[in-house]
Design a protein around this ligand. Structure first.
Ligand code: HEC
Ligand code: HEC
Length: 374
């Protein structure tokens, strides 16, 4: 009996301490301040956020692939193929139809539209191709290891470019200038489906972008606003960067989504004030959308093996890639951030905090660097 009581009291104390319950423990009252720019930068770097290099020599450190060594000629060949509609059955679609480089690297549609105006059968949203080479896996369910392997998918998918590998090879061989280029770049293998996708992959490896965030990380305090700095601080403190991490701010792992479902239950509500998480009471949580997601389950896609496992999206350029989530059913970035905080971290953010995080995300916008490649 005594031990039970002791355990109960200790549990209450631990619980109260952890959640900083107002009536048991005084709320933090000191005014919370974002660290000085230099400390914030050091903290960001310590936690694995990194600038995209300005020079191709330094960028190679992140993007080179020993199985597909990069060269200026191979990249130029891949660039031509990326924009060439002969890779699609009716010669109308190229990679850039769904991955527009100057506009966030995607198509701004909820779901991709391919050959004969067919929508993606699972209603999947086109992710950005920008910085995709920095990701550890490709596709929403991470089923492909790299951009070279990934490129084989859309060319063959009946609802994207609807080709066969044989037809690709036949068409590329018809063009004398391609024959010439392949001879130089792949003297041994020549024109094969593999070398076509290797060249495209090589080009994709150059599609890195830099934003004001990179200049901030390199030491320019004034590159980003105070609001964005507060947003970056929040992004790190509340735990967004636990999943959206690394040089591409995402793309490094598969994670469950949603981690919390709140379907018509009385759920605890936590907020983040003065640099600390605290328990703010209970709130009746009615399911929005349906049971699977906090938005409509259009397409019925449930991640890898139906286990709600998703490759964490890359957040570089995310403010230019609306609509959001795998099925593109959320239009506004603010709503996407609110859902993430609530369902991945169990936090209810204020509108002001969401605005700060969005201001930080905007600093991740940038166009392809345009490396000088020798
Ligand atoms: C009809 C539109 C469409 C076309 C054409 C298309 N894609 Fe995609 N792309 C998508 C969609 C949709 C996905 C997500 C599919 C999935 O996860 O199953 C995707 C995923 C990708 C990814 C993975 C990005 C990531 O972060 O996971 C890359 C890289 C990519 N495409 C490159 C290409 C290349 C290269 C081509 C041309 C050979 C191409 N795409 C053609 C729609 C398209
Ligand atoms: C536990 C891992 C995890 C945490 C923590 C997390 N995310 Fe995510 N995030 C994901 C996954 C997985 C998805 C993709 C879900 C889907 O599309 O179904 C995602 C999607 C997103 C998207 C939409 C991206 C797109 O291209 O559609 C944004 C924006 C985002 N997260 C921002 C954030 C922010 C801001 C935070 C912190 C408040 C955060 N995330 C915390 C795993 C996480």
């Amino acid at each position: 009996m005594r031990t039970h009581l002791t355990v109960l009291i200790i549990s209450i104390i631990v619980f109260a301490l952890y959640f900083k319950i107002g009536f048991l423990i005084p709320q933090p009252s000191e005014s919370f301040r974002v660290p000085e720019a230099d400390l914030l930068r050091k903290e960001a770097m310590r936690r694995g956020l990194k600038p995209v290099p300005v020079s191709w020599h330094d960028a190679l450190h992140y993007v080179d692939n020993p199985d597909n060594p990069l060269s200026a000629e191979k990249i130029a060949l891949g660039q031509r193929l990326y924009f060439d509609p002969i890779l699609s059955k009716d010669r109308t679609i190229n990679c850039a139809s769904c991955h527009v480089l100057g506009d966030g690297g995607d198509d701004d549609r909820p779901t991709a539209i391919g050959f004969h105006n067919q929508p993606n059968p699972k209603h999947l949203n086109s992710p950005t191709v920008l910085n995709a080479a920095l990701a550890k896996r490709q596709f929403w369910d991470g089923r492909s290891p790299d951009v070279e392997d990934q490129a084989k998918g859309p060319i063959q998918a009946p609802f994207e470019m609807a080709m066969t590998p044989e037809e690709v090879v036949r068409r590329v061989k018809e063009d004398a200038s391609y024959v010439e280029m392949f001879k130089k770049v792949f003297p041994v293998e020549g024109i094969t489906f593999d070398t076509v996708t290797k060249a495209i992959g090589a080009y994709e490896r150059t599609l890195l972008t830099r934003g004001s965030f990179d200049r901030f990380l390199e030491g320019d305090d004034s590159a980003i606003s105070e609001k964005a700095k507060t947003g970056l601080d929040l992004f790190m403190r509340i735990g967004c960067k636990g999943c959206h991490t690394g040089i591409s701010v995402g793309g490094q792992s598969l994670q469950i989504f949603p981690l919390r479902r709140y379907n018509s239950i009385l759920a605890p509500e936590s907020r983040f004030v003065n640099g600390e998480r605290y328990f703010a009471g209970f709130r009746w949580q009615k399911a929005r959308g349906d049971e699977a997601y906090p938005f409509p389950d259009i397409g019925g896609f449930h991640g890898r093996n139906g286990q709600f496992l998703f490759r964490v999206p890359i957040l570089r350029n995310v403010t230019r890639t609306a609509p959001y989530f795998h099925n593109g059913s959320i239009e506004k970035i603010e709503e996407a951030v609110r859902i993430m905080a609530r369902h991945q971290l169990g936090l209810t953010l204020s509108d002001e905090q969401i605005g700060q995080i969005v201001a930080f995300l905007e600093t991740l916008e940038g166009d392809p660097v345009g490396y000088h490649i020798q």
